[in-house]
Design a protein around this ligand. Structure first.
Ligand SMILES: Cc1ncc(COP(=O)(O)O)c(C=O)c1O
Length: 388
């Protein structure tokens, strides 16, 4: 007998506290405010809210978004530099489609978002890790040599702000060096800026996009983490030639702007102040969730260095020496907790001694319990040393 198709991507496993998936906490999704924005968008724009939309995205969203980005950054962002997409994943897929050819090399700042590796690989390119220094940051001088030696390097993909999986941000001086190197070599940097607005301490560092002068950087953004992933809404910032190329794609010509009705609703959600209100709320929530996980891990595992990220959703934890993450996972799952092993975030090898923990989906109480279970699994698989 056929089974009912499920509703959601995520399927909970009974008894398991999940630190693996980077999904939002259900109570941080703006049910009421979004339904008000939907109603207001329909009454304000009438039939136009449901018609085929402008290829680049509807004017009201392009205006609201570019004003917001320009106000937050030292570089003016215009509608001509912006294309609305079905989220950051779609944005990355489109960018790969526009600027890579089969057989090209694509460099990534590893460890990097594991599913971006899949999106990039869909384009028949060779994916390689960019060189990094001892701190894990891109080594710009060695990168320049790799570019000189390799065949056609189509782009460098990086998540420099509150990264997935590390939670870390590239230092401002390294950002300037990277953009200058791209200017000299003609390399296109694809900056995935998905977590910029989920900042909990101080301010997010300047985007690579804001430091660039022309088309050295293509920036992709998303409303998946700040508002809701089900919207499938994001954008690309790039030079006008790339944006014009996107508007000329056959499926845009045929179907109009991507997710037009949702995009128009987001414009209303943003313009009414609901976006800022919601952002303030989720920043407080996720900061509390981060603190719950980090505090519990530090108490349970005093022998480990547990980083506390200034933004984003992830803690990148180095395991005790000699403990590969893949061997730990079945032990942890038997104890009722799971995570993503570090090697998934590398295109080739690396990360075997790290795990990624996401604090986005569970409340503070469950996070503390999950940290206790994880600590038990780590200590047992390390021979018992180090737990308080
Ligand atoms: C760095 C990064 N980029 C992109 C995405 C996916 O974004 P979207 O849901 O907008 O496709 C994620 C989601 O986990 C992410 O962590």
């Amino acid at each position: 007998m056929a089974t009912d198709p499920p509703l959601l991507q995520y399927v909970a496993r009974p008894g398991l506290l999940d630190l693996g998936w980077g999904h939002p906490h259900p109570s941080s999704l703006p049910l009421r405010a979004w339904s008000e924005a939907s109603r207001d968008a329909l009454s304000r724009y009438g039939y136009q809210a449901l018609a085929y939309g402008h290829a680049q995205g509807p004017g009201p969203l392009l205006r609201w978004l570019t004003r917001r980005l320009s106000g937050a950054e030292g570089r003016i962002c215009t509608p001509e530099q912006t294309f609305v997409t079905a989220g950051a994943s779609h944005a990355l897929d489109l960018v790969c489609r526009m600027i890579t050819r089969t057989g090209d090399t694509v460099l990534v700042a590893a460890p990097t978002y594991h599913l971006a590796l899949r999106i990039i690989a869909d384009h028949g390119v060779v994916v390689r890790a960019a060189p990094v220094d001892g701190s894990g940051a891109i080594d710009v001088d060695r990168l320049r040599k790799v570019i000189d030696r390799s065949g056609r390097v189509a782009m460098l993909y990086t998540v420099p702000t509150f990264a997935n999986p590390t939670g870390a941000s590239l230092a401002p001086e390294r950002r300037a060096m990277l953009v200058a190197m791209a200017r000299e070599t003609g390399l296109t940097i694809v900056e995935d800026d998905t977590y910029r607005e989920l900042v909990y301490e101080g301010e997010a560092p300047p985007s690579l996009w804001s430091l660039a002068r022309a088309d050295e950087v293509v920036r992709i953004g998303s409303f998946a983490k700040t508002v809701a992933p089900g919207l499938r809404l994001g954008w690309i910032n790039a030079g006008p030639p790339l944006i014009e190329g996107l508007t000329r794609l056959g499926y845009v010509d045929s179907g109009g702007g991507v997710n037009h009705t949702t995009a128009l609703t987001l414009a209303v959600f943003g313009g009414s102040g609901a976006y800022d209100e919601h952002l303030a709320l989720v920043r407080r929530r996720y900061a509390n969730q981060r603190d719950a996980l980090v505090t519990a891990l530090r108490a349970e595992l005093p022998m480990l260095d547990v980083p506390s990220p200034d933004g984003g959703w992830f803690v990148w934890l180095r395991l005790p020496a000699g403990r590969p993450a893949s061997g730990l996972l079945p032990v942890a799952e038997a104890d009722g907790v799971c995570f993503v092993p570090g090697d998934r975030f590398y295109p080739d090898h690396g990360g075997h001694d790290h795990i990624r923990l996401s604090f986005s989906m569970l409340g503070a109480h469950d996070l503390a319990e999950a940290a206790g279970r994880l600590a038990g699994a780590i200590v047992r698989s390390s021979g018992g040393a180090g737990r308080r």
